[in-house]
Design a protein around this ligand. Sequence first.
Ligand SMILES: CC(C)(COP(=O)(O)OP(=O)(O)OC[C@H]1O[C@@H](n2cnc3c(N)ncnc32)[C@H](O)[C@@H]1OP(=O)(O)O)[C@@H](O)C(=O)NCCC(=O)NCCS
Length: 184
Amino acid sequence: MQTYETERVRLRDWLKADLVPFAAMNADPEVTEFLPGPMTRAESDGFVDRIRTQFQERGFGVFAAEERESGEFMGFVGLAVPSFEASFTPCVEVGWRLARAHWGKGYATEAAREVLRIGFAIHGLSEIVSFTVPQNVRSQAVMQKLGMRHDPADDFEHPRLPKGHRLRSHVLYRMSNDGGAANA
Ligand SMILES: CC(C)(COP(=O)(O)OP(=O)(O)OC[C@H]1O[C@@H](n2cnc3c(N)ncnc32)[C@H](O)[C@@H]1OP(=O)(O)O)[C@@H](O)C(=O)NCCC(=O)NCCS
């Protein structure tokens, strides 16, 4: 897998040394507030295995994100293919998850902007989406800063969650490969 660099972030292959800090962030209730819930060490390690398989099968996936200055593992930013069915699938999504210590610095947006560029320019994607729950304002702020567009007509109920679940309603943001917006 190729490594990519932005001004402050390195997007790279997963290392064995990432497993401990990744499990720590996946066990942090603040990080998983809008996700199905904190993960165990085994679940977190299994997630990395699936990420590796995705890279092998599709040629893209979610990168390990490292702070260039310190060399510290921060979390992930990258591309994924949702496995559930909805009106907008099949599709490719851009996603991010950083350890709490690395929030509030603009790293997610900086890295995701590079991931959009990679998706469009290198993988030839025509559209990249992103979705989250309406309560996840921070994640939506990243989508907006990237120049992704939200059409309320695309909002959906996550098919994997039962009716009435607090995380069932989702907002969908899209960006198409029409140039410009990814670098806005
Ligand atoms: C979603 C998530 C990645 C957003 O992280 P973030 O740090 O808020 O996002 P950004 O990288 O865009 O950083 C923006 C913040 O950095 C600040 N910032 C500081 N220096 C900056 C710089 N040089 N450039 C840009 N922003 C900068 C901004 O002011 C902003 O802070 P604010 O939100 O307090 O106003 C993070 O909250 C997270 O990992 N959440 C848990 C997992 C999750 O929910 N993932 C998404 C599931 S859909």
